[in-house]
Design a protein around this ligand. Structure first.
Ligand code: NAP
Length: 223
């Protein structure tokens, strides 16, 4: 039975990833923050582990909790959008810290800890965003969020260079504009469709996909 860790599995895309992988026979380990979410998540997947990705020492603690697990797939999904902005205006430091810690630092903390649990041909996926594409940017809105996902993409690229030599496939995926709390009700894609599509891309990925930034439908995106 293949196994999968989903960081941020309580709502939206993460919850749907947990639901679909579990339904497909995977052993899913999902993370949650709130105590009430633990019981809910525990009923939906094989194991629920508490992890607030902005808490001090969270990644080391998660690594300890998962000692001995072999993880065929790790998906780092937890993310926040931060303040909506249309113009270039200074972010307040608290928003900057929260967005950067959640969207960037958390992956930099977890990847080194979790890497030994990934076998050769294991897969590491970060849920990024097309809004992090520097080459594809067309307007200055949401600039803090964009900066965080561009930084996350850089983190993923470094991880691919570090882990690729032993066969681990690392990818940054854009889920599309998805109907979740973050994407809002007017978003383009139902969450089930986004996740089904991303799962297809993940399943088809091989070593040639290591270090790539892909759309939910598999098309290559510009960094
Ligand atoms: N929706 C879109 O259109 C869209 C587009 C591009 C990229 N994305 C990316 O896709 C990912 C998932 O987004 P979504 O739309 O599913 O968002 P969402 O519905 O707002 O869910 C966010 C998830 O991240 C978790 N999370 C946030 N901060 C956390 C923290 N400090 N510790 C642990 N977990 C934390 C939340 O847990 P709690 O339930 O505990 O808050 C929740 O499970 C994000 O990385 C987002 O940037 C989304």
């Amino acid at each position: 039975m293949p196994s999968c860790l989903i960081v941020g599995a309580t709502r939206g895309i993460g919850a749907e990833l947990a639901r679909q992988y579990t339904g497909d026979g995977w052993r899913v380990i999902g993370t949650f923050r709130g105590a009430a979410d633990g019981a809910l998540l525990g009923a939906r997947c094989a194991r629920a582990v508490r992890a607030d990705v902005v808490a001090n020492g969270w990644a080391v603690e998660l690594g300890r909790a998962l000692a001995g697990e072999v993880l065929d797939l790790v998906i780092i999904n937890a993310g926040v959008s931060g303040p909506q902005t249309d113009r270039v205006e200074p972010p307040d430091p608290a928003s900057f810290d929260l967005v950067m810690r959640t969207n960037v630092l958390a992956s930099m903390q977890l990847i080194p800890v979790i890497a030994p649990a990934l076998p050769a041909d294991g897969k590491l996926v970060v849920i990024s965003s097309r809004m992090g594409s520097i080459g594809g940017a067309e307007d200055p809105s949401w600039w803090l969020y964009r900066a965080s996902k561009a930084a996350l993409n850089s983190v993923l690229k470094s991880a691919s260079l570090a882990l690729g030599s032993r066969g681990v496939v690392c990818m940054a995926l854009h889920p599309g504009w998805v109907q979740t709390d973050m994407g809002g009700p007017h978003a383009q894609l139902p969450v089930g469709e986004s996740v089904t599509s991303m799962r297809r891309v993940i399943a088809a990925a091989n070593r040639s996909h290591n270090g790539r930034f892909l759309n939910y439908n598999g098309e290559q995106l510009e960094w």
